[in-house]
Design a binder for this molecule. Structure first.
Ligand SMILES: [Zn+2]
Length: 102
């Protein structure tokens, strides 16, 4: 009985496993690209939960903007004071005269 059931469902089971692995790898790559801590935890989360896990991962926070670094030219997240790749300090934005706590 188990053998017959396994032969019937091994194809879809393998497809779901491969999809979860691909989503987990993409999640890990994206997490590293945004230089966020806990990449392995989120990778395991997406691996175990599949597509719902990936949706939860993408919706769990507001993702920062990535812009080219003026020093090295690589795209880096701009929610910090230094570049994630080269460590150069980002220049402060020019004052516009409308700053309240300047
Ligand atoms: Zn840089």
């Amino acid at each position: 009985m188990w053998t017959a059931s396994w032969h019937r469902w091994r194809g879809p089971f393998a497809a779901v496993c491969l999809l979860s692995i691909a989503l987990a790898v993409w999640c890990f790559w994206r997490h590293k690209r945004y230089a966020q801590p806990g990449a392995w935890v989120w990778c395991g989360f997406v691996l175990l939960l599949g597509v719902p896990g990936l949706v939860g991962y993408l919706l769990h926070r507001r993702w920062p903007v990535r812009e080219p670094c003026p020093a090295c030219g690589r795209r880096a997240v701009v929610d910090r004071e230094t570049c994630q790749h080269c460590g150069a300090v980002f220049p402060t934005p020019p004052l516009q005269g409308i700053e309240v706590f300047g």
